[in-house]
Design a protein around this ligand. Structure first.
Ligand SMILES: [Zn+2]
Length: 214
């Protein structure tokens, strides 16, 4: 029997989340362990995906694009086609704007990639939140589950069954990517020691997602 194929999702390791406008505490600390993981001989992945928050300046998730709203104030996204489809979240400081330094993935991780490979393993970059009017936490779907990236199709076309997830921020984009992954039928693992969260009181509590330490 062939072994199940494994993918690593490295979520949003971009400067704005590491030391920029939406800095996640202690984010820098996980960079060396993620580097070790992508170079590991024991844990060979079949695909390594880097995700990026990739916003235009007028992105709906920026408080600056709403009258009288401050960063970290509450905001509810509502579907244009279905009033009952809502998602309550927060507005953010401007972050990961296309063309800015804050949008770039940390160089310590990027320099591991040569010719779209890391030690022979194919890598790819998935961008999310590219449309002005759509907020994405998951790298598969927007928060209203109406728009989708190509990632599901890509993983299924490569016969990936197991998805391992690390990066930033644990309680937003990592967690929501894991939720989508498990809903889409992938066996889903969060690498607990390679994630950092925004809300210190948040804890992962989901039976369909396995929390592991590597
Ligand atoms: Zn964002």
């Amino acid at each position: 029997m062939s072994q199940s194929k494994k993918c690593l999702l490295i979520i949003d390791m971009q400067y704005d989340f590491i030391n920029g406008s939406l800095k996640v505490d202690e984010a820098e600390q996980i960079i060396p362990s993620i580097r070790n993981l992508i170079n590991s001989e024991q844990m060979k992945f079949d695909l390594i995906v880097f995700t990026k928050d990739d916003h235009p300046r007028d992105h709906i998730s920026f408080a600056s694009n709403h009258r009288d709203k401050k960063p970290f104030s509450e905001y509810t996204y509502t579907s244009e086609s279905n009033d009952n489809n809502n998602f309550k979240s927060l507005l953010w400081p401007d972050h990961c704007v296309v063309g800015t330094k804050g949008n770039e993935i940390h160089e310590d991780l990027l320099k591991e990639i040569t010719d779209n490979k890391i030690n022979g393993v194919e890598t790819l970059v998935v961008e999310k939140g590219t449309q002005s009017n759509r907020e994405f936490f998951s790298c598969f779907d927007d928060v209203l589950n109406e728009e989708h990236t190509d990632l599901e199709r890509t993983l299924k076309s490569k016969n990936i069954q197991d998805v391992y997830i690390c990066g930033l921020a644990y309680d937003y984009c990592v967690y929501n990517s894991a939720l989508s992954s498990s809903t889409l039928g992938f066996k889903t693992f969060i690498i607990d020691n390679m994630c950092k969260k925004i809300d210190k009181n948040w804890e992962l509590d989901n039976n369909n997602i396995e929390k592991i330490t590597l």
